[in-house]
Design a protein around this ligand. Structure first.
Ligand code: NAD
Ligand code: GLY
Length: 364
């Protein structure tokens, strides 16, 4: 097995480690054992990930001294519901999980979010472990304790902050992940570069071939760096009272783009377009050099992410979609705008006309 990296997430009594390394999925019993030995685990996975990885992780949990039960739900955002959370909890009762038991999430962000939410509410809260299998989950959703489910009225409208006890990350899972999903995760990786790490951004620019060829060694490095950055932000602002909002760069525009596209555009694609819109807004407000916005756009294009809206998109509709954002405070849209590569600002008070104009400038 290649080098193992340990990244601490410092949250006082809720602190935990992210343990990352190629091949760790088959070799993590020593890391799991302190949490699972002598305890029951519900291993939650989805219908795509389960057939590939559940047996291996089940064996590892057994080797770590746990009695583990696999529960698989149908893959897809449409199953990130209270109904699935209820089924997980019922399955846990049926298999005798008690307050000392754990839920282990093996999957992408959907699996991790509902596993964490089920853990937060089962018997008023039990421990959970994240084993992310998408790039997005590895660099973003598995770290930081945001858990939840969707309602028919909107995405992520219910949830809880509930930190995992451990995050285990094996870049080798990317070998089975469809390239479209990898690209979507890369939008979040570019986001980290723009919001807080200019050297990471430059490294991505210099390694387009490795990104597009999914060079696992290179991905291991950038995943570890993104986790360090996320750990730093979460440790400083666990409940999103301020700083953590920078992680939403491109997301308020992006969620509206996803919504108006009827979800034909994926989350990462929406975020890529959204980051362009935010940069355009910053350029028009005199906060950002045009050359920097172009630099961001070029990087996104080279990793085959869209930067503009498909023909026929209505900027006013996107703006209306942005107003539904749950992060809006008192009718005010808080937007994250770049000032340079590696530095952003949280700003409110943009005129609707300015926002709509920035959206229009990102239409084909
Ligand atoms: P996902 O979990 O739906 O996974 C994407 C697809 O890839 C699914 O079909 C899945 O079955 C498949 N898959 C996963 N790993 C695989 C692998 N290794 N090999 C083959 N197929 C694999 O989607 P996602 O992009 O990982 O996560 C999106 C979700 O994450 C959204 O619900 C979003 O709200 C949430 N999210 C949460 C946070 C947070 O902080 N909690 C942050 C960002 C996103
Ligand atoms: N994905 C944004 C956050 O964790 O805050």
């Amino acid at each position: 097995m290649n080098k193992i990296i340990k990244i601490p997430v410092g949250l006082g009594e809720r602190s935990y480690d992210i343990i990352a390394g190629q091949g760790i999925l088959g070799n993590a019993a020593e890391y799991l054992s302190p949490f699972v030995k002598g305890r029951k685990c519900l291993l939650l996975t989805d219908s795509n990930v389960g057939p590939i990885y559940a047996k291996k992780v089940h064996q590892m949990l057994t080797a770590a001294g746990s009695e583990a039960f696999i529960f698989s739900f149908p893959a897809g955002e449409e199953h990130k519901t209270l109904k699935t959370v209820g089924s997980i909890c019922s399955y846990a009762v049926k298999h005798g999980l008690d307050r000392s038991s754990l839920i282990v999430a093996l999957g992408g962000g959907v699996c991790g979010d509902i596993a964490g939410f089920a853990a937060a509410i089962y018997m008023r809260g039990i421990n959970f472990i994240q084993i992310p299998t998408t790039l997005l989950a590895a660099v973003d959703s598995s770290v930081g304790g945001k858990t939840g489910a969707d309602l028919p009225e909107g995405k992520n409208l219910i949830g809880a902050f509930w930190q995992p006890k451990l995050v285990l990350m094996d870049p080798e899972v990317l070998t089975t992940l469809p390239f479209k999903e990898i690209r979507c995760g890369l939008a979040e990786v570019v986001k980290y570069g723009v919001i807080m790490d200019a050297p990471l951004f430059a490294k991505l620019e210099q390694n387009i071939d490795k990104l597009n060829a999914v060079d696992l060694q290179f991905y291991a490095e950038i995943i570890a760096r993104c986790c360090e950055l996320k750990a730093k932000v979460v440790a400083a602002d666990e409940r999103e009272g301020g700083l953590r909002a920078i992680l939403n760069y491109g997301h308020t525009f992006g969620h509206a783009v996803e919504l108006v596209s009827n979800f034909t555009l994926a989350h990462g694609e929406g975020v890529a377009i959204g980051m362009n819109m935010a940069a355009e807004l910053a350029v028009q407000a005199g906060l950002l050099d045009l050359a920097v916005a172009v630099r961001q756009r070029k990087l996104l294009e080279k990793i085959v992410l869209p930067c503009t809206l498909p023909p026929g998109a209505d900027p006013e509709k996107i703006y209306a979609g942005m107003l539904k954002d749950k992060k809006k405070v008192g009718g005010n849209l808080n937007l994250i705008v770049p000032l340079e590569i590696g530095k952003v600002e949280i700003k409110s008070g943009f005129e609707p006309a300015a926002i709509i104009n920035a959206i229009r400038c990102c239409c084909e």
